[in-house]
Write a protein that binds this ligand. Structure first.
Ligand code: UD1
Length: 349
């Protein structure tokens, strides 16, 4: 199939492009560049070993989007293009509503005009708010904790209404738990702008010496070691799930909503210790106040994804830490670290 990957130069999008190519699909990327580096695409092309066309398009730019759909005949769209920092979304909610929700509406309209009726949507476990019980199943109650979470929930609902209105439209809502890790090559990975807000990139930056110590938000949660418990999932497992969901949607000719996690709860200190083992580096930390809005324990019941897609996470926490560390140590400044090929030639003296 020929797949349009919106946000394909981002962290999860870039790993999914590789998974798509690995399964024989053709990929076209649309990315606005607001939260991705220009270095991603050449590296992605090198790993993929095939041409990957890239178009710098903001989904809200309807003229550019229409032109893109007129240039290619797409069989499906994978939609990763969104802003995703919770704190940032509280400071500038309208920017999040516009980028994430208006962008999704414009994409759905362009798909409808072009007669493209298959969508895989990057949703998030954030749609469960603070879950009443764990592990979380897909039929758990939905709620909103912050503007970012609202954009994911609203986008799922808009897509649901479109599926109701158009009996031929198929959508897969994939609710990610906590994606971490990197491609095994160490060539692509997660490169947050500024100070990381998520745990794994923060640990990586402490281990590489870019930050002094980790602040562990809360040591008095009702969890085995008092720190927050989450369901970390290797980004390569997550990427594979997108291809599985896409192919299932086509084969079974139906829509779906599934959790993507390992089903295993891992505490902040479990992750710190696993990372120390994988990297051979110490990760100094200090336990500080809880972060407002954090739940004690959130992990998935991923059995529906297994039942429908035959998908199951393969990589454990040690593999996630090993691959995150390979990426970080090969690219201490993320994509600002040039590889030998990318470094400007100094010429002969
Ligand atoms: C966060 C977002 C969630 C979003 C997800 C993926 C919040 C409240 N939730 O989830 O909506 O979908 O990221 O981007 O921001 N921690 C520390 N020190 C740190 C960073 C994190 O102790 O410097 C702890 C947190 O308290 C938590 C765990 O590590 O217990 C994981 O945090 P994080 O990586 O930010 O993910 P979530 O909070 O699960």
């Amino acid at each position: 199939m020929r797949i349009l990957v919106c946000g394909g130069a981002g962290y999860i999008g870039s790993h999914t492009c590789l998974a798509l190519v690995g399964r024989g699909h053709q990929v076209v990327i649309a990315d606005s560049g607001v939260n991705s580096s220009p270095r991603v695409v050449p590296r992605l092309r090198r790993l993929a070993g095939v041409p990957v066309p890239v178009h710098r398009v903001d989904l809200r730019d309807r003229v550019a989007l229409t032109a893109l759909f007129a240039t290619y005949r797409f069989d499906a769209v994978l939609h990763f293009a969104a802003l995703k920092a919770v704190g940032d979304s509280c400071r500038r909610p309208l920017e999040y509503f516009d980028n994430n929700i208006s962008g999704t509406i414009a994409l759905l309209q362009a798909m409808q005009c072009a007669g493209v009726r298959r969508l895989v949507f990057s949703s998030s476990a954030t749609v469960y708010g603070e879950p009443a019980q764990v592990p979380v199943r897909e039929d758990a109650g939905l709620s909103v904790m912050n503007p970012y979470g609202r954009t994911k929930l609203v986008a799922e609902q808009l897509i649901g209404d479109l599926c109701t209105s158009d009996p031929d439209f198929r959508a897969a809502n994939l609710r990610y738990f906590n994606p971490v890790g990197a491609h095994a090559s160490g060539v692509i990975g997660e490169d947050p702008c500024g100070e990381p807000t998520n745990l794994m990139p923060y640990i990586c930056q402490v281990a590489v010496g870019a930050r002094e110590k980790l602040r562990v938000f809360g040591g008095d949660y009702p969890t085995p070691d008092g720190t927050g418990v989450r369901d970390y999932i290797h980004v390569v497992d997550l990427a594979r799930a997108h291809v599985d969901a896409l192919e299932f949607m086509v084969r079974a000719d139906r829509s779906l909503t599934v959790n993507l996690g390992t089903g295993r709860g891992v505490s902040v200190l479990d992750l710190v210790h696993a990372f120390e083992r994988a990297s051979g580096r110490r990760v100094p930390y200090e336990i500080v106040e809880r972060r407002p809005g954090d739940a004690a324990s959130v992990y998935a019941d991923p059995s529906l994804a297994h039942e429908l897609l035959g998908w199951r996470a393969e990589f454990d926490v040690d593999a996630m830490c090993r691959d995150a560390w390979r990426w970080q140590s090969m690219n201490p400044e993320g994509y600002r670290t040039a590889t030998r090929r990318e470094a400007p030639s100094r010429g002969r003296r």
